[in-house]
Design a protein around this ligand. Structure first.
Ligand SMILES: Nc1nc2c(ncn2[C@@H]2O[C@H](COP(=O)(O)OP(=O)(O)OP(=O)(O)O)[C@@H](O)[C@H]2O)c(=O)[nH]1
Ligand SMILES: [Mg+2]
Length: 487
């Protein structure tokens, strides 16, 4: 029986235990979630670049990145057959359909006179291949605006308080900051392991701004992200830190021919523009003899950022990019979005069933703890315990979290290998085994057998510390799984 089927059974049992109570509705919703795409929330401080990154990931300009009322409301973007926008009122009750428009920018939603505090969330259904595998949830920035918006984002990410809408989170940050860590901690729970990095990835956002627009900005961002990824405080909270220049990625994904031509015109005068490109103000106000008007330049700056304009001019003048397609491909590669997509696939999409099952089981656990005396709750809790303890993917997650929290100690290299075996860098066989690329099943199997022997000897060695041996035994099970079903 798969973990999802097992979760479906537990939810079925919960439905009986809570029939006739308000909790029933939530349980039905939880069951529907098992068949729907994984839900990933994009969170972070105000103006961290959340909506921009969402658009880049979808490959369309959907989420508004201005200062409108809608940026203060939690907004879901999901794939579907028709275009629809639903508003869920804060006071509860049925969602209402909202009018919306879309010209050539973000979706412009008419809140019909409501302000952000009167809308609990907006649900946008938008037919888009970029939303097929993941439903994305854009959250209002935490840390300024009004207190109430900030509090809402905290509640939204805290499974202890309410039904958690997200199975995983992408946390955007420009720098590591005490309040960033607090927000991340709020998203984690203590039931599977506390804190648990399995369903969180950090993005070092607006990476192009790190070197003040210099062309080596992305390299600096990669170095900083690597260092942050080694930081023990962060390692307890997220699986990894990926640098992304979201604006560049968004523009690369949605670049028009007219924009390409504008950059081309600038590139023809690349030499004269050098001093103009030293700062955004100079670029916009620049000399009148530049090929574009200052309004055109301002628009270009808003789309590409200073780094993006420089990079694009460089690629065109050197002849590396001679069409809008080749320019957008190269800017995309530079932006770090491809890497983030890879990470999302191997850590979230490929593991979607486990993460969804986890959300479902944790929600039932919370319902049980809220209704301790209710008939049937004890039996349900026992069933829950069986499902949680018996599932190897959960053991892998717990062990990974234990290593990350410093509860398992040992040589760093060994711990790194263990994490990888447990799926920290992806759950495919070759990723777990540390092979360079996808391999045929017989190659995976041979490598798994070789590594299995080594870890078994280590687990049996009386000098191996107890916690380490326990962790190794979980990894041994993972290896045995690969030997039986190499993939
Ligand atoms: N240079 C640069 N600017 C960016 C980047 N990402 C976003 N921006 C700009 O930063 C501003 C805020 O971006 P948003 O995507 O709206 O940020 P947000 O986190 O959604 O903001 P709130 O929802 O208001 O908290 C916009 O003007 C973006 O164009 C980036 O990677 N590089
Ligand atoms: Mg936003």
């Amino acid at each position: 029986m798969t973990l999802v089927d097992q979760t479906r059974d537990v939810l079925g049992q919960a439905e009986q235990v809570f029939s006739g109570t308000p909790a029933l509705e939530e349980i039905v919703r939880l069951r529907d979630r098992l068949d729907a795409p994984l839900r990933v929330a994009i969170a972070g401080k105000v103006k961290a670049g959340k909506s921009t990154l969402l658009n880049a990931l979808v490959g369309e300009l959907l989420a508004p990145t201005d200062t409108g009322e809608c940026t203060k409301v939690v907004t879901w973007y999901r794939d579907g057959h028709t275009y629809e926008v639903l508003l869920h009122p804060s006071e509860g009750g049925k969602p209402v359909q909202a009018r919306f428009r879309r010209d050539d920018g973000a979706i412009d939603i008419d809140l019909d006179g409501r302000d952000a505090s009167q809308v609990d969330r907006i649900e946008v259904t938008w037919p888009s291949s970029g939303l097929r595998a993941l439903t994305l949830i854009d959250t209002p920035g935490v840390g300024s605006l009004s207190e109430s918006v900030a509090t809402k984002a905290f509640e939204f990410l805290d499974p202890e308080d309410s039904e958690t809408p997200a199975d995983a989170v992408l946390y955007l940050m420009k720098h590591i900051h005490a309040s960033d860590l607090r927000l991340l901690e709020a998203f984690h729970d203590d039931s599977v392991a506390n804190p648990n990095p399995v369903n969180a990835i950090a993005v070092l956002s607006r990476a192009d701004e790190i070197g003040a627009g210099r062309l080596d900005s992305m390299e600096s961002a990669t170095t900083i992200a690597g260092r942050l990824g080694e930081d023990s405080r962060l390692r307890r909270l997220v699986q990894m830190v990926v640098p992304v220049a979201g604006l560049l990625a968004e523009t690369a994904e949605t670049m028009t021919e007219a924009e390409f031509r504008d950059v081309q015109r600038l590139a023809e005068r690349a030499d004269e523009l050098e001093t103009l490109l030293l700062s955004a103000d100079r670029f916009v106000e620049g000399r009148p003899e530049t090929p574009l008007t200052s309004i055109e330049r301002e628009r270009l700056l808003a789309r590409f950022g200073l780094f993006g304009i420089r990079a694009a001019i460089g690629l065109i003048s050197s002849g590396e990019a001679n069409s809008s397609t080749s320019l957008s491909d190269q800017l995309l590669a530079m932006s770090g979005l491809n890497r983030l997509r890879q990470v999302l696939t191997s850590l979230f999409v490929d593991r979607a069933d486990v993460l969804k099952a986890r959300s479902g089981l944790l929600a039932v656990e919370r319902l049980c703890s809220e209704h301790p005396g209710r008939p049937g709750v004890d039996a349900l809790e026992a069933e829950l315990e069986r499902a949680m303890a018996g599932a190897h993917p959960f053991n892998e997650m717990n062990t990974m979290a234990a290593i990350r929290s410093g509860w398992v100690t040992g040589p760093a290299k060994q711990l790194g290998e263990l994490e990888r075996l447990l799926g920290a860098s992806g759950t495919a066989g070759w990723e777990r085994l540390g092979l360079d690329m996808p391999q045929q099943p017989d190659v995976v199997k041979a490598a798994a057998i070789e590594q299995l022997g080594r870890w078994q000897r280590l687990a049996e060695n009386p000098l191996t510390a107890h916690d380490m041996a326990t962790a190794i035994r979980v990894a041994i099970r993972s290896l045995e799984g690969l030997v039986a079903h190499p993939h």
